[in-house]
Structures are given as structure tokens and as C-alpha cells.
Design a protein around this ligand. Structure first.
Ligand SMILES: Cc1cc2nc3c(=O)[nH]c(=O)nc-3n(C[C@H](O)[C@H](O)[C@H](O)COP(=O)(O)O)c2cc1C
Length: 179
């Protein structure tokens, strides 16, 4: 199974998390990594299995490279594609907008017929609101907070990587049986 990992980062934290995710998964899955500063729709549409990461900025806005490429992103047909999202944010200072960018991309992917895996419990976070909480008690992707819960990052990445490997693999088995 080949996975396309697309990420965008303003100050390098999402890049570091993307690299940790790649390192964690690559003995078990094949991962191609893309920084969306050079986003091309044609790169993304090649993959049926995707990991997408971003930080949130300025009261609930997409990280700048995702923001610059958002119109092109919205043109993608996600039907048949499965996506695991992860996002970085600050749950204390930006408690009303915690990882909103994950919700913005998640909504678009679902509207365009895609499926999301890698959903993550909101237990242990102190935010008051988040657009990524598409269902109560659950973010539509992994939430990482390097500003206020840095000490939990490694264990969260590890648990989430194990979760998405299981989810990707069982989906692939189902797809290969039905095709
Ligand atoms: C000016 C500013 C605005 C921010 N706005 C938000 C926000 O609305 N929601 C959120 O969850 N985090 C917000 N953050 C926190 C960043 O998302 C967080 O620091 C993240 O780790 C940055 O990742 P990056 O270096 O990959 O861009 C903001 C940070 C700054 C400095």
C-alpha cells in the first residue's frame, strides 16, 4: 500500500510531526511525503490512501500554504479516497479555534465523497470549541499541541500511527475482496 503524506507548516512544527509520522510508519507502509508549499493537485490525486497535516493560524484559519492552495484542493474529487488527518494547534490561547484547520479540510473531504479514518478522542484536551469536532467527543483527526502538551506528542503519534495502520489495512482487505 502506498500512502501520500501532504503537510503544511509555518514555523516547522507540523513538518517535524510529519517526519515523526513517516518514520513511525515507514517500516510497515510505503510513504511519499509532500510539502504543500509546492502543492500540485496532480500529485495528490495519484493516491487512494492519504495522510494530511496542517497547523491552524489566526483564529481558526488554515496554515498559509493550505490557505494559498485551498481553491485547488476544493476541486479534487475525493470519492474512493481514504484520508487520515492530523493537526497542530494551541488549546489554551486559541481554545475556541483549536485545530480548526483539520475541520475545514475534513468537511471538504467528506463533502467531496471521501472517507476519514484516524478519528481521535477529545479526552485530555482543554479546548472550548473546535471545528475539527465534527461529532461530539471526537476530533476528525489527530490533535497535537506542541505549545501546551509537548510531553504527550510522542505517545499520541505512536498510538495514532498504530490506529491508522489497522484502519488502512482493514480497508485495503475489504477493497481487495470487493474488487
Ligand atoms: C498568531 C498565531 C495564531 C494562532 N492561531 C491558532 C488557532 O486559531 N488555533 C489553534 O489551534 N492554534 C493556533 N495557533 C497555534 C499554532 O497552530 C501552533 O503553534 C502550531 O504548533 C504551529 O505549527 P507550525 O509551525 O507547523 O505552523 C496560533 C499561533 C499563533 C502564533
Amino acid at each position: 500500500m502506498k500512502i501520500g503524506l501532504f503537510y503544511g507548516s509555518d514555523t516547522g512544527r507540523t513538518t517535524a510531526v510529519a517526519e515523526q509520522i513517516k518514520e513511525n510508519l515507514e517500516s510497515r507502509l510505503s510513504i511519499d511525503m509532500f510539502d504543500v508549499v509546492d502543492f500540485k493537485k496532480e500529485d495528490l490525486v495519484k493516491y487512494d490512501y492519504l495522510i494530511i497535516g496542517l497547523s491552524t493560524w489566526y483564529d481558526g484559519e488554515l496554515q498559509s500554504d493550505w490557505d494559498n492552495n485551498f481553491n485547488e484542493f476544493c476541486e479534487i474529487d475525493f470519492s474512493g479516497k481514504t484520508v487520515a488527518l492530523f493537526g497542530l494547534g494551541d488549546q489554551i490561547v486559541y481554545c475556541e479555534y483549536f485545530i480548526d484547520g483539520v475541520g475545514i479540510l475534513g468537511e471538504k473531504i467528506l463533502d467531496s465523497g471521501g472517507s476519514l479514518i484516524g478519528k481521535w478522542s477529545t479526552d485530555g484536551y482543554l479546548h472550548t470549541d473546535s471545528r475539527a469536532e465534527l461529532e461530539e467527543g471526537e476530533f476528525c483527526g489527530l490533535a497535537i499541541d506542541e505549545d501546551t502538551q509537548e510531553e504527550l506528542t510522542e505517545e499520541r503519534i505512536d498510538a495514532w500511527c498504530n490506529q491508522i495502520i489497522n484502519e488502512f489495512t482493514s480497508l485495503q482487505l475489504t477493497n481487495s475482496k470487493t474488487n
